[in-house]
Design a protein around this ligand. Structure first.
Ligand code: RRO
Length: 295
C-alpha cells in the first residue's frame, strides 16, 4: 500500500488538517462530539443536516443493522437555527455545516444563519427518504443548479452532496458545477429497506431508508469515477470507507478527500488509525494519486 505526505490541504475552498472528514449524520449533532472527532485525528467534520424548521424525525425504529452496513431512516431530525449554539465549541475549526431545504430560498436562509461560523456548506440534495427534501430536489439538475447558486452567493465555500439513486450521477454533478459549487460530495445513502418475516411488516418506522457502510463502497467508487470524468471541481468521496486502502482507492477513482461515516460507529478512533497508516514523511503527493486510475 502506498502512503501520502502528511499536512494540511485545501479542498473545495476549505482548509483541512488532512484528507479525512467526518461524514454528515454521524456524531454531528453536538459541538462536543464534533470536537471529539477533530481531536481524534479527523482533518475536518461535517455536521448533521440542518433545515429551515426544527424536526423530530421519522417514527422508530430508525436504524437496522444489516450485512455490511446499516439502513437508516432518521428523517432529518434537527434543531434548526438553535444549532448555532453547538458551534461555539468548534469555532475556528474546519467545520462544514450540512444544510437542507425544500427550495433554493430555504437553502439560502438556513445557510445565512451559519454564514459567519461555517468553514463551508455541504448541501444535502441527496437524503433518499425525505419527501420534499434531499433527493426529491437532488434528482433534478435544474433544482440542483439553483440551490447551489442560491447558497454560493453568500460567499462561503459550497459543496453539494449527491444521491447515487439516479440514472446518471454525472449529469447532477455537472449541474452543481454550473451553479458554482466548490466541490461535489459523492455519495449519500442508497435506497433500501428490510422486512421482518416474523411481523410481516417493514422493519423501519418509515418503511424505506438508506443503506450505508462497506456494502456501498463499490457503488461510491463507481460514482466518484464517473464524476471525475465529467466534472472539473474537486470530488469528495463518501460511502463505506473504513480503511486506509479504501481511502487510496477512492482517491485513485478521483476523490481529493474522503468522508467517513458508518465506520465511526464501530471505531470512534478510526481517524487516528487510518491517518497512522495513510501518512508518512516519504509518502506521495496526493496530487499524483487523485484520479490516477483513469487513463
Ligand atoms: O436524517 C436522515 O434520515 C438521513 C439524511 Br438527512 C441523509 O442525508 N441521509 C440518510 O441516509 N439519512
Amino acid at each position: 500500500m502506498c502512503t501520502l505526505l502528511p499536512g494540511p490541504v485545501e479542498i473545495g475552498g476549505v482548509r483541512l488538517k488532512n484528507h479525512l472528514l467526518l461524514a454528515a449524520g454521524i456524531l454531528g449533532s453536538t459541538g462536543a462530539s464534533l470536537a471529539r472527532i477533530l481531536r481524534s485525528g479527523a482533518g475536518g467534520v461535517v455536521t448533521k443536516s440542518i433545515g429551515p424548521r426544527p424536526m423530530e424525525g421519522h417514527p422508530g425504529p430508525c436504524l437496522v443493522v444489516v450485512d455490511g452496513g446499516v439502513v437508516n431512516a432518521m428523517g432529518l431530525p434537527n434543531p434548526s437555527a438553535d444549532f448555532i449554539n453547538e458551534l461555539t465549541a468548534v469555532r475556528g475549526e474546519p467545520v462544514v455545516v450540512s444544510v437542507f431545504g425544500g427550495a433554493p430560498e430555504e437553502f439560502a436562509s438556513v445557510a445565512e444563519w451559519f454564514r459567519d461560523v461555517a468553514a463551508g456548506f455541504e448541501l444535502n440534495l441527496s437524503c433518499p427518504h425525505a419527501e420534499g427534501y434531499g433527493a426529491s430536489l437532488g434528482s433534478d439538475p435544474d433544482l440542483v443548479e439553483e440551490c447551489t447558486r442560491a447558497v454560493r452567493s453568500l460567499g462561503v465555500p459550497t459543496w453539494v452532496k449527491l444521491t447515487p439513486n439516479v440514472t446518471d450521477i454525472a449529469t447532477i454533478g455537472a449541474a452543481a458545477e454550473r451553479g458554482g459549487a466548490d466541490a461535489i460530495v459523492a455519495i449519500n445513502t442508497v435506497k433500501a429497506m428490510r422486512i421482518s418475516t416474523s411481523l410481516r411488516r417493514p422493519v423501519l418506522g418509515n418503511r424505506f431508508g438508506g443503506l450505508s457502510g462497506s456494502a456501498i463502497f463499490p457503488i461510491a467508487v463507481r460514482c466518484v469515477y464517473d464524476l471525475y470524468e465529467a466534472c472539473s471541481i474537486p470530488i469528495i468521496g463518501c460511502g463505506g470507507v473504513s480503511s486506509a486502502d479504501n481511502v487510496l482507492e477512492m482517491m485513485m477513482a478521483g476523490a481529493s478527500a474522503v468522508e467517513i461515516g458508518s465506520a465511526v460507529l464501530a471505531d470512534i478512533g478510526i481517524f487516528g488509525r487510518i491517518a497512522g497508516e495513510l501518512y508518512a514523511s516519504d509518502g506521495a503527493d496526493a496530487r499524483e494519486i487523485v484520479g490516477c486510475a483513469h487513463g
